[in-house]
Design a protein around this ligand. Structure first.
Ligand SMILES: [Zn+2]
Length: 297
């Protein structure tokens, strides 16, 4: 979705996946919001575990909004069962505060559908961490996005990735985007490692939610993607100093520009004709930024 970069508005930085004392996080909601605000984030979604054990929390963070910082209401939803027989972890950003509790017999697919119908941006959380496979990814048919980087899964279990599932689902024809998040619980050094930059004309929760659902955002661990200009088959990318700028596509298809601190790359999109491609910038420190996939006719 290269149009994101020429769309009106500016980029707002936010974390979509975080926990507080309303479920298994260490800090209370006000403190978590304060830490992200002071770190320079524009918005946060507190996504506590929507489980009976925590009395089905939908953490209300509206009181912590300021002129320059807002919050989205959301939760991490759980229901049976992935192909390995584990509870699903489904991120739902933009839920109504009266979202009904889960009931016996509601499986992950049904729960995801109910969240999407209630207006949420639905994300397939940390696929690598709990061994999701292609059948799981296909079962969540209403998902908007895959979590392609989860910082807590990096720090605590060395399994942060969602790219394999993401690429598989894209090749299957699914219209998905990819987000990075912290999933911070503040029991460890698990915050401020993965986020999204959402293109919006205002810092209004509804506007941010619409932009997320439309795919008008990119994910990052640090690098910035400054501009993406397309003219027919020609693509010009500018970014913060990088060691590589990659266009990745179906199967083994990819194109790369690399160097010591390159900040610009030109690509010919004709190699991706008929399929999807997506842009990945890797900084000099190995940290990445991921733009959303583009379907190339
Ligand atoms: Zn989580």
């Amino acid at each position: 979705m290269f149009e994101t970069f020429s769309a009106p508005g500016r980029f707002y930085k936010g974390n979509l996946h975080t926990h507080s004392t309303r479920s298994d996080g260490r800090l209370d909601p006000e403190e978590v919001c304060r830490l992200y605000r002071e770190r320079g984030y524009d918005f946060l979604c507190l996504s506590d575990h929507f489980l009976e054990a925590y009395k089905f929390p939908l953490t209300d963070t509206r009181a912590y909004r300021t002129e320059a910082f807002t919050t989205l209401i959301g939760a991490e939803l759980h229901a049976p069962a992935t192909h390995l027989g584990e509870l699903w972890h489904i991120l739902a950003v933009g839920l109504p505060l009266d979202f009904a509790t889960t009931s016996e017999g509601e499986d992950g697919s049904a729960l995801a559908r109910r969240a999407a119908a209630a207006g949420a941006f639905v994300g397939i959380a940390h696929p690598q961490w709990y061994g999701l496979d292609a059948s799981d990814g296909l079962a969540l048919d209403v998902a908007h996005a895959v979590e392609i980087y989860n910082h807590t899964c990096e720090m605590l279990s060395a399994r942060p990735d969602g790219v394999t599932l993401f690429d598989h689902l894209l090749t299957e024809g699914r219209q998905l985007t990819g987000f990075a998040s912290d999933d911070a619980h503040f029991h460890a050094d698990d915050a401020f490692g993965g986020w999204v930059h959402v293109k919006s004309e205002t810092l209004d929760p509804e506007a941010l939610l619409l932009a997320l659902k439309a795919g008008h955002y990119y994910a990052s661990q640090g690098p910035e993607i400054l501009s993406v200009e397309r003219d027919g088959d020609k693509l010009l990318v500018t970014c913060s100093p990088a060691r590589s700028i990659v266009l990745a596509g179906r199967g083994s298809k990819s194109k790369v520009m690399h160097g010591d601190g390159i900040a610009e790359a030109r690509f010919d999109l004709s190699a991706f004709a008929g399929f999807w491609c997506r842009l990945v910038v890797t900084g000099l420190d190995g940290k990445r930024a991921w733009a959303q996939p583009e379907r190339h006719a």
